[in-house]
Design a protein around this ligand. Sequence first.
Ligand code: GAF
Length: 383
Amino acid sequence: MNKALVNKVKETFVDKFNTQPLVVFSPGRINIIGEHTDYNDGFVFPAAVNKGIVAAFQKNDSDTSLAYAIDVDDTLEFSVDNIQPLAKESWGNYVLGVIAEIQKKGLSVGNFNVVFSGNIPAGSGMSSSAALENSVVFGLNELFNLGLTREDMIFISQKAEHNYVGVNCGIMDQYASMFGIKNHALLLDCRSIEAQPFHIDFEGYELMLINTNVKHSLSDSAYNDRRSVCESISEMLNIKALRDATENDLETVKDKVTEENYQKALFVIQENKRAELASKAMSDGDLKTLGELIYGSHHGLQHQYKVSCEELDYLVDQTKENDHILGARMMGGGFGGCTINLIAKSAVNDFKTKISELYKNKFGKDCSIYSVELADGTGLVTV
Ligand code: GAF
């Protein structure tokens, strides 16, 4: 977490509202492997990072709430007694959606003021949305003593995203952001919502993100389409989710689905397996195998699930001839955002220079490169 960010949010709150706030930090996440498996009840391997959203809250005993987003310099005014969705793509839907979902549980919140700012690069695929939702539900839970558990909170955040933002996301992002553990990644079973923490120490290697700095606009609708395809094939197979299917099971409906959709379901089944194998490789300290699985994940996301894009594929392709990089793939929902790379620490500087130049020459724009630190999940900021 970034102290300057916390101070900025706190000071802005005090300037605006003349009272001391309760401050929450909620992190973004990376995902080592297991992409588009969460809404198929499968395995994912995310970790919370030290970039996120800081939110400062206080009750205001009035009939209006004010939410101010420093980063877009925009204020939203509303009453908790009349929560309605805003136009699509309004940042306020993340806030209002959480309030609506809290109210659906029969819990009541009063009016309040909140100020937000964050340092997760927009569109990077590091889930600023889950961080924002979690910061709101966590802050309101504290402020109004709602008695929600962390598990309750992640499902509230997820439903806010479904019902107010319009993305039928799985639970990975909200889970990682809420339950992150410093220096650990979490092998999460998205059916049981149980996770096994893995201490991440790759010795001479590290995880590096490269942001394409693009976000292609079809991402939300394509995401929901992919989810529907998975659900309809599960229904055909008479199972709860694709997590329950083997490749042989899928063969039995091959002639009832298009080749494209067959490949998508096959990807999910294979990606789920890769996530499990990755945890084994990590337990064995077998980074070579981990890297191969990561490349396999990208190949499937690009050619079978079809959620990659030219910029992501280019960044991954450039790593393939580099002996110091064991694996690279697109991360998150797709159509832009970051690649995640397993790279030798000794090679980071040279590769950064090289890839920055290549990317700029190819696409006429800069990529951004971040080293990640794995962090604790959502919590109160006490300093
Ligand atoms: C997005 C979603 F929000 C997650 O639930 C997950 O499905 C991910 O895309 C793909 O793995 O981040």
